[in-house]
Structures are given as structure tokens and as C-alpha cells.
Design a protein around this ligand. Structure first.
Ligand SMILES: Cc1cc2nc3c(=O)[nH]c(=O)nc-3n(C[C@H](O)[C@H](O)[C@H](O)COP(=O)(O)OP(=O)(O)OC[C@H]3O[C@@H](n4cnc5c(N)ncnc54)[C@H](O)[C@@H]3O)c2cc1C
Length: 259
């Protein structure tokens, strides 16, 4: 992720009670030229403490010519850096963004699509939905805290959209007690499996995704890894720094188990 882009807030807009879109302008969005991944993301750099803090966010609709880009932030309370910043962001504030990274875009040759995420992945899921061909078929499953958090996804007619409502944090705390929020995992398992090659995009709270949905798709359903973009976007009870430690411990444990 070599490039750094300077972003200036131009406006903010509430997409739902828990999701705020921050619009930015930049004199130079050339880092985004030719980026076709719908899950393109940047590392936002928050200064102010002893050391800069990096937070990862999906970049929405970067327009290199117009010099505009947006980011949808989950407003998840007072904890953390990026969520609270977005809740109070005002025009004129500046941030640096490193990137973009990203590697997924809907493959028109897939027989069907499975797009799954929680609110943190809703921006990337929405971008994927917008990039699907009109004849695309499959499922979109999004977990949000409640009905009032749903947004208009405008999916092709063949994409069945379902919303599931998140279990409260109290029901899902504890590191090993439960394999993730039951609602998103159960909703995915309950989908009728379709024939032909699926392309899957599954991101969100790490335990639900990595311990709940990933084994279902890769092991039980035999989805090839090349057809599955699956990762945790955040981890309940952990900041992004300590989540990175969790991810690297999981990767080490998995490579040891694989021999
Ligand atoms: C590739 C990628 C793309 C991402 N895109 C987006 C995006 O477009 N929009 C977005 O909102 N997030 C996105 N995320 C997730 C985002 O990076 C994390 O949610 C990040 O931890 C938020 O930082 P923070 O400073 O607000 O909270 P942190 O300081 O990291 O965490 C503070 C506390 O808040 C909790 N927390 C963090 N995120 C959430 C959440 N979403 N819901 C509830 N509690 C939370 C943590 O568990 C911790 O207890 C993305 C992550 C990745 C890896």
C-alpha cells in the first residue's frame, strides 16, 4: 500500500442511525486510478496521540477526475478512534489515507453470488451489489442492529436480499464461549444452496466470519479458496491493534494445524 492521499472532509450524511457517510475531496486521487476492486480499502491515519493510529476503511466511489471519495463509518459508541471521529467530523478536517488495497470484484462468470457482511462490510457489500450485472443471481445477507439500520441496496432482481438483526454484545461476549453472533452464521447456513460455481464475499466481525461462516463454506460446502473472499473486518472487544494480533495468532495456529 505505497501511496498516501490527503483527504479533506466536505460534508457528512447519516445513512442510518449507525452509519455515517463522510464525503472527502482531494487534489490528487491518482492512487485510485485503475482500481477496480469493489472492496478497495484505505488505511486512515489518525494523528494526535504519541504515535499515528491506523484504521482500515472501504473507499466508496473514488472519482479521480472530480477528486471526490466517501467513506461509510459504523458509529459504534465512544470507544476507539475512527468511529468516534466520524460521529463528530466536520467540513475542513483532514486525514491521510494510505492505499488503496483490495482484491475482490464480482466475477460475471460465476453461476451465483453470495455477499455477506455486517455493518462494517455493508459499504463493500453495497459496492459489490452495484457492480453486479443485471442478470446476476444469488444472495445478499447483511447483519445490522435492527430494521431501522437497513439501507436501500438496489440489487438485481435475481439477488435475494435478507437482513438479520444482530445479537446484542452481551449475548456474544467471551472469547471462546460462542462461535460468533448466531444470527449471521445461522442465516447463511439456512440459505438454500444453489447449483454451479459460487463466488463468495464474506466479511464482518471476525469470530462470526472466521469461525462460523468460513468453515461452513470452505469445508462443508467445498467452496474453493480462489472463489471466496473471506476475512474479519473487526473483532468484538478488541481495538484494531489487538485484532491484528488475534489475526496473526489465528494464521499461525492454522498453518501449524495444516502441518
Ligand atoms: C478491509 C477492511 C475494510 C473495512 N471497511 C470498513 C468500513 O467501510 N466501515 C466501517 O465502519 N468499518 C470498516 N472496517 C472495520 C474497521 O476497520 C474496524 O471496525 C475498526 O476497528 C474501527 O476502528 P475504531 O477506531 O472505530 O475502533 P477500535 O479502536 O479499533 O476499537 C474500539 C472498540 O470498538 C469495537 N468496534 C470496532 N469496530 C466496531 C464495529 N464495526 N461495531 C461494533 N464495535 C466495533 C472494538 O471491538 C473495540 O472494542 C473495515 C475493516 C477492514 C479490514
Amino acid at each position: 500500500m505505497p501511496s498516501t492521499t490527503a483527504l479533506t472532509v466536505t460534508s457528512t450524511e447519516a445513512l442510518s442511525p449507525g452509519l455515517v457517510r463522510v464525503h472527502f475531496r482531494s487534489d490528487d486521487l491518482s492512487a485510485f486510478a485503475g482500481s477496480t476492486a469493489t472492496d478497495r480499502y484505505v488505511k486512515l491515519v489518525f494523528e494526535g496521540g504519541e504515535a499515528p493510529v491506523l484504521r482500515t476503511y472501504t473507499a466508496i466511489d473514488p472519482d479521480v477526475e472530480a477528486g471526490t471519495v466517501a467513506i461509510d463509518f459504523v458509529v459504534h459508541g465512544d470507544e476507539g478512534v475512527a468511529g468516534p471521529w466520524a460521529a463528530r467530523a466536520t467540513p475542513g478536517e483532514t486525514l491521510a489515507a494510505r492505499g488503496p488495497g483490495g482484491g475482490y470484484a464480482p466475477d460475471p462468470s460465476a453461476a451465483w453470488h453470495l455477499l455477506v457482511g455486517d455493518q462494517s462490510a455493508l459499504p463493500a457489500v453495497a459496492a459489490a451489489v452495484a457492480a453486479l450485472g443485471a442478470t446476476a443471481v444469488g444472495y445478499v445477507v447483511v447483519e445490522v442492529p435492527g430494521r431501522e439500520h437497513e439501507i436501500d441496496l438496489r440489487a438485481p432482481a435475481g439477488m435475494e436480499v435478507s437482513w438479520v438483526y444482530a445479537a446484542s454484545a452481551e449475548e456474544t461476549v467471551g472469547d471462546d464461549a460462542v462461535a460468533g453472533s448466531p444470527t449471521l452464521v445461522d442465516a447463511v447456513r439456512a440459505l438454500p444452496w444453489r447449483p454451479g460455481r459460487v463466488q463468495a464475499f464474506v466479511h464482518g466481525e471476525a469470530r462470526a466470519v472466521m469461525h462460523g461462516i468460513r468453515p461452513y463454506l470452505l469445508t462443508e460446502r467445498g467452496v474453493p479458496r480462489a472463489d471466496a473472499s473471506i476475512s474479519g473486518y473487526w473483532r468484538r472487544g478488541r481495538s484494531e491493534e489487538s485484532f491484528r494480533v488475534w489475526k496473526s495468532e489465528l494464521a499461525t495456529a492454522e498453518s501449524a494445524a495444516a502441518g
